[in-house]
Write a protein that binds this ligand. Structure first.
Ligand code: GLC
Length: 521
């Protein structure tokens, strides 16, 4: 078992396993639990502390598992409960914690509750667990309000008897009504089910959703109402004050299990509103997405860091840094792709991992994977169809991980065809190709994570900005680490101090453009 330190998560490095794309154990071209178990040695060598595994519950896969038909079982594509237990046991034996996704805001349309709701009449108790409403206009032919789905189109779908139901995401993901006592009771049962099996915590999906304002009033019309952005107080779909009562209930269950934690996916950018989710009786952690949405620009990144630190100041929570995930373009691509994007991604890794608090690494970050442009016919994300084929969606950042070999599927699966096709030319990005190359992204991550574990320079919550050349960022951690990132157009001199790690060669005493360095002051 991992060490018994109850606050283990406060400075942990979590590794996000997007289960469909990490490793395929049964040769069907889709990742699974057996695949993760077989690849644990990679995660141990990498040096992460914990896993977050994306949903592996029974699901029709309208949103690739975020449409959950039964939150207390395993989708056969991914394995079974015995496979989960075996993975958990092996991970714990190796000192790795395991956290799983909790998807409270909605179920799948194939959930037994929703099937019962469709079979029942308007006004029935079966419908009361979801948000069924009569429409507006003559014959109720207009949706009950003006809310759009974040995947495109209206957030309402009409059923044959004329009522409408709410789905902030796809029509196959009906929103639950959190004022219904059974809804929260069932969520608590799901939490206990996984906690009793031994999981170390949860990542809570759409943790700013769940509660809806009573009367479901129209929202402020907005240009971009798309996926996972925060549109502020006029957007009544998210961040309703009632959500905090849900978080208090979640926390009460967690507190029965010492040492377990929850991190929320909270797309709320106002520092004070985000901080409310981190009150002592709510979430232990909330993703801060400001690094993920910042440009490769010194001002922008500094602002992102300052706001993230300001958010947690005055809460019990540490900051929680994310560079990439399964919903956004990968940072190699955001920063310009190719050689430039990769250089910047190396520097960004040292920036992220130098900051005080928690870091989330998305599978493939450690290999420097870029996004992949897929042909129309390969696209799977519901956003593609729902947007009338105007938004390509998130498949580009979800390509399976390359492990070894010269051609697709690079050791990911025993078959060549994978659920999303893998590109030619990824042979130099595989784990095997990078493992023994000191100059690789993988070696940089391993070294950085080893220093995080072993060097006292990377301890302490305090961060102090240091004077830096124009276009550069420099700060000191209270443990003594100095991190300098060069986002300017010229080389800059290396500061004084013992060199711990650099994203590029700094032997001539200068830090090149788009590079970062760790020193001990
Ligand atoms: C979260 C997930 C995303 C999913 C959505 C709906 O934002 O990260 O992948 O589509 O919730 O569950």
């Amino acid at each position: 078992m991992p060490s018994t330190d109850l606050d283990w998560w406060r400075d942990a490095v979590f590794y996000q396993v997007y289960i469909r794309s990490f490793a395929d154990g049964n040769g069907d071209g889709v990742g699974d639990l057996a695949g993760i178990r077989a690849r644990l040695p990679h995660l141990i060598d990498l040096g992460v502390d914990a896993l977050w595994i994306t949903p592996f519950y029974p699901s029709p896969m309208a949103d690739h598992g975020y449409d959950v038909a039964d939150p207390r079982d395993v989708e056969p594509t991914f394995g079974d409960l015995a496979a989960f237990d075996a993975l958990l046991a092996d991970a714990h034996a190796a000192g790795l914690r395991v956290t799983v996704d909790l998807v409270p805001n909605h179920t799948s349309h194939a959930h037994e509750w929703f099937e019962a709701a469709l079979a029942a009449a308007p006004g029935s108790p079966e419908r009361a667990r979801y948000l069924f409403r009569d429409g507006r206009g003559s014959d109720g032919a207009e949706p009950p309000n003006n809310w759009p789905s974040v995947f495109g189109g209206p957030a309402w779908t009409r059923v044959p008897d004329g009522q409408w139901y709410l789905h902030l995401f796809a029509p196959e993901q009906p929103d639950l009504d959190f004022t219904h006592p059974e809804v929260l009771a069932d969520l608590e049962e799901t939490m206990r089910f996984w906690l009793d099996r031994g999981v170390d915590g949860f990542r809570i999906d759409v943790a700013h959703g769940m509660a809806k304002p009573s009367g479901l009033p129209d929202m402020l019309p907005m240009e971009d109402t798309g996926l996972l952005a925060d549109h502020g107080p006029g957007d009544h779909r998210f961040d309703d004050d009632g959500v905090h009562e849900v978080h208090r209930r979640i926390r009460r269950v967690l507190d029965e299990y010492p040492g377990r934690m929850a991190v929320g996916e909270v797309w709320v950018s106002d520092d004070d509103r985000l901080a409310q989710y981190l009150r002592p009786d709510e979430l232990q952690l909330a993703f801060n997405f400001k690094l993920l949405t910042a440009e490769w620009d010194a001002e922008d990144l500094r602002t992102a860091i300052e706001h993230s630190l300001a958010t947690v100041e005055g809460t019990p929570a540490p900051a929680c840094w994310v560079l990439s995930n399964h919903d956004r373009p990968r940072h190699v691509t955001r920063y310009g792709d190719g050689i430039v994007g990769t250089r910047r991604a190396r520097a960004a890794a040292l920036l992220q991992l130098a900051l005080p608090g928690v870091a989330y690494v998305y599978n493939g970050d450690e290999l420097g994977l870029p996004d992949v442009d897929l042909p129309d016919e390969a696209l799977q994300d519901p956003i593609w169809e729902r947007s009338g084929r105007t938004e390509r969606g998130r498949d580009a950042c979800r390509i399976p991980v390359p492990w070894s070999g010269d051609e697709p599927s690079y050791g990911f699966s025993s078959r060549r065809d994978t659920w999303l096709p893998m590109p030619e030319g990824w042979d130099r990005l595989t784990v095997a190709a990078q493992a023994d190359d000191d100059a690789s992204m993988l070696s940089l991550y391993r070294r950085a994570l080893e220093l995080r574990r072993t060097s006292s320079a990377l301890r302490g919550d305090g961060l102090e900005w240091l004077p830096a050349p124009a276009g550069c960022l420099a700060f000191r951690r209270s443990g003594g680490l100095v991190c300098l990132v060069n986002l300017s157009a010229d080389d800059v001199p290396l500061p004084e101090g013992e060199l711990l790690l650099a994203s590029t060669d700094v032997s001539d005493g200068v830090l090149p453009v788009d590079a970062a360095v760790w020193l001990r002051a």
